[in-house]
Design a protein around this ligand. Structure first.
Ligand code: DGL
Length: 271
């Protein structure tokens, strides 16, 4: 039976998306795959990310998921089409994180000047710029790669002086651009939301693509009649399975922080 939602990320960061999904859809079973042997994707070429992502999609197809969430912004930016080719929608729908974040940004922005931050590969791909302009050709987009945010979030240093200095260095420019909306275009950035907000100032609204994606998943499941009805009280809790390709202990330790609860039953696999 096709039952679980698959969530794929390059490593730990996609747990911020799983967290938002579990809050929005508490009855749904999930299968999470973190490609921890090959993280980070954000500094790699598009060709390499496409190859890795297609393997991950194949893994999810073998698990017979009913919908696949590409939680990794980098993979969504450069490999979504390749994933959809590996897993045609007759097979199961594939939801990336870029379109939901873009829709939310355009809903919120009044000045039509939108900032986007992400990994080097995401920013280089121009995927956000294309998606924003496809929905509103008049929008002006300002982008910045912020690669150091990923290790800072994993280290748990989001409240530190180092995080504040790094954020200032990357983001100070956004204060003078008339931008009123800033898309957090990387799985790790919601962890740093507080320092990012302090740096850019209260006039700029941060868009967390994790929660925008959770809403998109809920809508897609409903449209296709794939959603699970609320079970009778006390009958069954949703199951969450976790697969990684390496460094299982680090995933458990750092991942618990990203997920906001303890992680258990993590299985190491080869893709
Ligand atoms: N998951 C990646 C993203 O959202 C960040 C980590 C990486 O570079 O692999 O872009």
């Amino acid at each position: 039976m096709r039952d679980a939602i698959g969530i794929f990320d390059s490593g730990i960061g996609g747990l911020t998306v799983l967290r938002a999904l579990s809050e929005a859809l508490p009855y749904e079973d999930t299968i999470y795959l973190g490609d921890t042997a090959r993280v980070p994707y954000g500094t790699r070429s598009a060709e390499t990310v496409v190859r890795y992502a297609a393997q991950a999609a194949k893994f999810m197809a073998e698990k017979r998921v009913k919908l696949l969430v590409v939680a990794c912004n980098t993979a969504s930016a450069v490999a979504l089409e390749a994933i959809r080719e590996t897993c045609p929608s007759t097979h199961f729908p594939v939801v990336g994180v870029i379109d939901p974040g873009v829709r939310e940004a355009l809903r919120v922005s009044r000045t039509r000047r939108v900032g986007v931050i992400g990994t080097e590969a995401t920013i280089r791909s121009d995927a956000y710029v294309r998606a924003l302009k496809a929905d509103d050709p008049a929008v002006q987009v300002f982008t910045k790669a912020c690669p150091l945010f990923v290790p800072l979030a994993e280290e748990g240093w989001q409240e530190s002086d180092v995080a504040a200095l790094t954020a200032e260095r990357y983001l100070a420019g956004f204060r003078d651009l008339g931008v009123d909306t800033l898309v957090l275009g990387c799985t790790h950035y919601p962890v740093l939301a507080s320092v990012i907000q302090k740096t850019v100032g209260p006039e700029i609204t941060l868009i967390d693509s994790a929660s925008a994606t959770a809403s998109a998943v809920r809508d897609t499941l409903k449209d296709r009649a794939l959603d699970r009805p609320a079970p009778a009280a006390g009958t069954r809790a949703a199951s969450q399975r976790f697969y990684v390709t390496d460094a299982h202990e680090r995933f458990v330790k750092v991942g618990s922080r990203f997920l906001g609860r303890d992680l258990a039953g993590v299985i190491t696999v080869e893709l």
